[in-house]
Design a protein around this ligand. Sequence first.
Ligand code: FAD
Length: 155
Amino acid sequence: MFPEMRRKAQQLPDEQVRELLEKGSAGVLSLAGPEGYPYGVPLSYLYREGKLYFHSAVQGAKVEALKQGDKASFCVIAADQVDPEKFTTHYASVIAFGRVRVLEDPEQIQLAMEALGRKYSPGYEKEARVEICQSAGHFLVLEMEIEHLTGKKAK
Ligand SMILES: Cc1cc2nc3c(=O)[nH]c(=O)nc-3n(C[C@H](O)[C@H](O)[C@H](O)COP(=O)(O)OP(=O)(O)OC[C@H]3O[C@@H](n4cnc5c(N)ncnc54)[C@H](O)[C@@H]3O)c2cc1C
């Protein structure tokens, strides 16, 4: 169902793809937006065991888009080094396809938020728990179950 990569030599092995996802700090979540316009929105994220997690406000365009459909893709640019003399860019990137749902289970929400905290604010675990507790009810956690994952590196 998902298109194969044409330039196989540039396709990264699964382990490297997972490493890039773990190291990356932001990507673009693409959803079916209004009137057929795709909505790509930059987000911080957490990758864990075949799933991506996002922190979101309870309202807004992405939440509205999600109500129209749960199919999504998420793209992370892991490297982007322009080489002017060679008329090329040395890049590495990842694209994940899957379905997104809003987490409902408080325990899952807490675990995902704490893990996001550890990724983005290492050493501030205690403060993160306070922040999570204080903002309870004012955020959503989105979970994307990855169905298809590829990584590509220009060689
Ligand atoms: C590196 C990075 C990391 C981010 N991490 C998070 C995160 O973890 N969680 C989170 O909720 N938000 C994050 N944001 C902000 C995010 O991109 C959105 O602005 C925010 O989530 C609101 O999205 P929304 O769909 O509710 O937009 P709304 O506030 O409903 O606004 C809708 C409209 O505003 C415009 N718009 C919205 N966001 C952007 C944008 N980033 N740039 C340009 N135009 C925009 C678009 O035209 C869109 O149609 C991050 C942004 C960046 C750049």
